[in-house]
Write a protein that binds this ligand. Structure first.
Ligand SMILES: Cc1cc2nc3c(=O)[nH]c(=O)nc-3n(C[C@H](O)[C@H](O)[C@H](O)COP(=O)(O)O)c2cc1C
Length: 201
């Protein structure tokens, strides 16, 4: 059992291409349930999830995010043809995924402080907790034979995502997870050696 867990931790890869087979709602709920077993600061469980299966909603979200990306990239002075290509690739990934989970977080139930320093630390703890829930979700997908991939795009257009999905006011979009039955393996795994990352004292 422990060996299975270690193997899953090593073998999970980001999977970006899926078959057209839908993912059952019960299976998505199970992923979210496992996500919810992540540790969180004060056990406040600040993660929230918007689950998109409707093609119409996925298209609206992808279009709005794409418009925003285009504006930002053109303002950077990027080649318009390249911008169109990247925007289209991002749109296709969202629209073609059988399910999309927009992971949000709320600080509504975190501790409140009068000063900015501690308020920022508390907010960061909510972000850290939410990221742990996503890791659980990715591992649960892998364990269940599904593929999933984290997309960071919502971080760059949080207000757009919140408006299109009509999210509750306190929900801050953090990530978009595409989920489906794998059509291809992820890219080969590459990792730096643990010893490179350590400062021994
Ligand atoms: C915070 C975060 C943001 C990410 N954003 C993206 C993304 O926007 N697009 C993408 O294809 N993968 C994204 N990924 C997935 C990483 O590219 C991937 O985890 C990394 O390359 C290692 O590959 P592996 O997950 O297959 O081990 C993101 C991962 C994390 C943790």
């Amino acid at each position: 059992m422990a060996a299975d867990m270690l193997r899953a931790l090593r073998e999970r890869r980001s999977v970006r291409r899926y078959t057209a087979e839908p993912v059952a709602r019960e299976q998505l709920l199970q992923l979210l349930e496992i996500a919810g077993w992540a540790p969180s600061a004060h056990n406040r469980q600040p993660w929230r999830f918007a689950v998109l299966q409707s093609q119409d909603v996925k298209q609206k979200l992808a279009a709005a995010m794409g418009d925003r990306l285009r504006v930002d990239r053109l303002a950077d002075g990027d080649d318009p043809a390249l911008v169109t290509q990247d925007t289209e690739r991002s749109r296709a990934r969202i629209v073609e995924a059988p399910a999309v989970i927009v992971v949000c977080m709320t600080v509504a139930e975190m501790d409140a402080y009068a000063d900015d320093r501690r308020t920022a630390a508390e907010g960061m703890m909510a972000v850290q907790s939410t990221a742990m829930a996503v890791q659980n979700l990715l591992l649960a997908a892998h364990a269940g034979g599904l593929g999933a991939c984290w997309m960071c795009a919502p971080m760059f257009c949080q207000d757009t995502v919140a408006a299109v999905l009509q999210l509750p006011a306190s929900w801050q979009p953090q990530a978009l997870i595409t989920v489906g039955h794998p059509a291809s393996n992820g890219k080969p795994a590459l990792r730096r050696a643990a010893a490179e990352m350590v400062h021994w004292l």
